[in-house]
Design a protein around this ligand. Structure first.
Ligand code: URA
Length: 206
C-alpha cells in the first residue's frame, strides 16, 4: 500500500469512529487533506462549523488566512498536509477535552507515521499542548522549534486568533517567515547528510 492508500484506509476508520461522544454531533468527520508525500504538516485544534459541514479542514475564515500563509512559504495548500488534533467538531467550538484528545490521538499519530513529515507546525496553544504533552505559553513559544520524536515541531498562533488581534496577525506572518527558514535549513541539512552517507558507502566500497 502506498501512503495515499494507507491514509484512505485510516480515514475510513475515522468515519465510523465512536470512541468519544463527539461522533453523535458531527455532520462529517474532518480527517485531513493534502499531499501524502509532503515534508510539512499543519495541525490545528478541531473542526469548526464550516469544516464540519464540508468535511475538510480549515475552510472557513481562519482557513483562508492559513492558505495565504502557506502561499507565503511558496507552497500551494494542496502541496502540504493539513489536519487537526480532533477529527470531529466540539459543540460551540469549545476547547477539546483531554478525553477527546486522547480518544482521537490514534488518528493523528498514524497520520504522522504514514506521511512522515520532517516538520510539524502546531497552530495554536491547544494543538501545541496536545502534541508536546505540556502547556506552552504562546507569547514566548510562538516562532520556536521543538523536537518531537525525531521531527521538528514549529509552534505558531492559531490563524483564528490572528484574525481577531492585529498584533497576532503581524506575529504569525513573521513566524511564517521563520518557518520558511527552518524548512529550508532542514532540507539542506538532510541533503548534506544523504551526500555524506553516499560518500561513506562509496569509500567503503573501494
Ligand atoms: N480551526 C481549527 O483548529 N481547525 C480547523 O479545521 C478550522 C478552524
Amino acid at each position: 500500500m502506498n501512503k495515499l492508500e494507507e491514509l484512505q484506509q485510516l480515514s475510513k476508520e475515522a468515519e465510523i469512529c465512536n470512541k468519544c461522544p463527539l461522533w453523535k454531533l458531527r455532520t462529517n468527520v474532518v480527517f485531513g487533506e493534502g499531499n501524502a508525500d509532503t515534508k510539512l504538516m499543519f495541525i490545528g485544534e478541531a473542526p469548526g462549523y464550516h469544516e464540519d459541514q464540508q468535511g475538510k479542514p480549515f475552510v472557513g475564515a481562519a482557513g483562508k488566512l492559513l492558505t495565504e500563509l502557506i502561499d507565503s512559504l511558496g507552497f500551494k495548500r494542496e502541496e502540504v498536509y493539513i489536519t487537526n488534533v480532533l477529527k470531529c467538531r466540539p459543540p460551540d467550538n469549545r476547547d477539546p477535552l483531554p478525553e477527546e484528545v486522547s480518544a482521537c490521538s490514534y488518528f493523528l499519530k498514524k497520520q504522522i507515521e504514514i506521511i512522515d513529515p520532517k516538520i510539524l507546525c502546531a497552530l495554536g496553544r491547544n494543538a501545541a499542548f496536545s502534541l508536546l504533552n505540556h502547556s506552552v505559553n504562546m507569547s514566548t513559544s510562538h516562532g520556536k522549534v521543538y523536537q518531537l520524536d525525531g521531527r521538528l515541531m514549529f509552534v505558531t498562533y492559531h490563524p483564528a486568533a490572528a484574525l481577531y488581534h492585529g498584533k497576532l496577525l503581524e506575529n504569525i506572518k513573521k513566524d511564517f517567515l521563520e518557518l520558511k527558514k527552518v524548512y529550508e535549513t532542514k532540507l539542506l541539512e538532510d541533503e548534506k547528510e544523504n551526500l555524506d552517507k553516499k560518500e561513506q558507502e562509496q569509500l567503503s566500497f573501494w
